[in-house]
Design a protein around this ligand. Structure first.
Ligand code: UDX
Length: 450
């Protein structure tokens, strides 16, 4: 990047308190800190990041008003709506105190996750400029608008018979790929989507995406939007920050990876939110066992409905796979995906996991669970053509075939080659003269001008 700015002016970041949102926000903070800005992270008590991982930032936790029942309900949409309703006053009070205590360290901008839309109202009230960070794909954003439109025209919910039909004007998405969610009511979905989609007085939108992945979606969004859009991703490569994991990373899997042959391991993780049932777990286990490939499998505590971590695996499975399998509760995923032994990623297709895999040239098996994951799975298998989607209920035979196709069989060779090509294209975007590189410089210029 260009030389550092001399500014010691303060930027306030407000992340959405889920792993897939905290990571890109703190990576953005790391980049902006390297440009000379001082970074203050204001965050909820719920899922609060660990300040000791980022001694270069100042952290301010604020009361979020969530009840124990709300948190244990796991209803993410209800939680996000509650946070938007509850945090406004405490955020404003915290900012006012910060400004009074250190008037010399002026807050020049608030950067907030688009889902934490209450932050914009606070910024406006305090007369501080704001910028939005969007942490999922542009294509998902457009597809979400399509969901709202289709619903308003009474085309949603769609009957099962339409599930494989293409969505008009949204090639190659089918109705089943639309980023709907069965996690809450449509009313709440729509409230969140509309509010997060509304730019209001934001000065710009920062998007954690890369031009070479989403050219046509970016062109569309640029036409619709009145403010500059900075597609500056993939943020985890732009600013390889310290870990911001909410769960402890089990680094012992790296020693296990060291013992495996080049590109032989399939890495399996369904992210920080998705969960599966006992039956699906059994199919996954035997599919992996029967594939004969080494695997590194993240089974997140609480991710298997109704089971404790130590009672999750089917009988006889551990004995059957022996040293060929490594199972952890949480992995240092970015490090895992850069490891030479990893040749494939079986993922739920959250946007961070997708970007992390594509930028290392690792082809994917896709089992999306909800929302944007379905859009990304379709793009991975049909647009970028660097993976296979498991379309039906998880079944061991299909899993075994998918793993072998992705990792070893001749018919997977095209995917492996395209994944490598895409990695190189992403690298070009990040280098001097590339799109992400230029947008990062423009972003710094814009912030300096606020
Ligand atoms: C959630 C939603 O499910 C997703 O659809 C949306 O795009 C973002 O928020 P999440 O499950 O958190 O996604 O997935 P993802 O976006 O992939 O983010 C997970 C993050 O956790 C990644 O940065 C990944 O590197 C990290 N991770 C995951 C680990 O560090 N270790 C693990 O074991 C698993």
């Amino acid at each position: 990047m260009e030389k550092k700015t001399q500014s010691s002016q303060r930027l306030v970041l407000f992340p959405c308190p889920y792993q897939g949102h905290i990571n890109p926000m703190l990576q953005l903070g790391t980049f902006l800190h390297s440009k000379g800005f001082s970074i203050t992270v204001v965050h909820t008590h719920f899922n609060s990041p660990n300040p000791s991982n980022h001694p270069e930032f100042t952290f301010f936790p604020i009361p979020d008003g969530l009840t124990a029942d709300e948190i244990s309900s796991g209803n993410i949409m209800a939680i996000l709506l509650a946070l938007n309703a509850n945090c406004k006053a405490s955020f404003e009070q915290t900012l006012t105190e910060v400004m009074e205590k250190e008037p010399q360290n002026k807050i020049i901008c608030i950067i907030h996750d688009d889902i934490m839309y209450f932050s914009e109202a606070v910024a406006r009230h305090l007369n501080i400029p704001s910028i939005m960070l969007r942490t999922t794909s542009v294509t998902n954003f457009l597809a979400r608008s399509a969901v709202l439109q289709l619903h308003s025209e009474d085309h949603l919910p769609f009957p099962d018979s339409l599930s494989l039909n293409p969505v008009p004007q949204f090639h190659p998405l089918r109705f089943k790929d639309l980023p709907t969610s069965n996690l809450d009511t449509f009313e709440n979905y729509s409230k969140l989507a509309v509010n997060a989609g509304n730019v209001r007085t934001a000065s710009a939108i920062i998007w954690n995406t890369v031009d070479c992945l989403e050219q046509s979606s970016l062109a569309q969004i640029q036409q619709q939007c009145q403010v500059p859009i900075f597609s500056i991703g993939p943020l985890h490569k732009i600013a390889p920050a310290a870990s911001s994991s909410l769960l402890e990373e089990d680094t012992s899997c790296i020693a296990w990876l060291e013992k495996q042959s080049h590109k032989s391991v399939i890495y399996v993780s369904l992210g920080s939110v998705a969960s599966i049932g006992e039956k699906e777990l059994g199919e996954m286990a035997w599919g992996l066992a029967n594939s004969n490939q080494p695997f590194l499998w993240v089974i997140r505590p609480g991710s298997i409905c109704g089971l404790n971590w130590n009672e999750t695996l089917p009988q006889g499975f551990i004995e059957a796979v022996g040293e060929r399998g490594c199972i952890v509760k949480w992995a240092p995923q970015r490090e895992v995906l850069t490891h030479g032994a990893v040749g494939g990623f079986w993922s739920h297709c959250g946007w961070n996991s997708t970007l992390e895999s594509l930028s290392e040239g690792v082809p994917m098996i896709c089992t999306p669970s909800f929302g944007d994951q379905k859009v990304h799975a379709r793009y991975i298998s049909q647009v970028w053509r660097v993976g296979v989607q498991l379309e039906n209920e998880l079944e061991r035979g299909e899993i075994e075939r998918a793993v072998r196709t992705l990792m070893v069989d001749d018919d997977g060779e095209g995917m492996r080659v395209r994944a490598k090509d895409l990695k190189e294209k992403i690298e070009v975007c990040m280098k001097r003269g590339g799109s992400s590189y230029s947008f990062l410089n423009k972003l710094v210029e814009l912030i300096m001008s606020l």
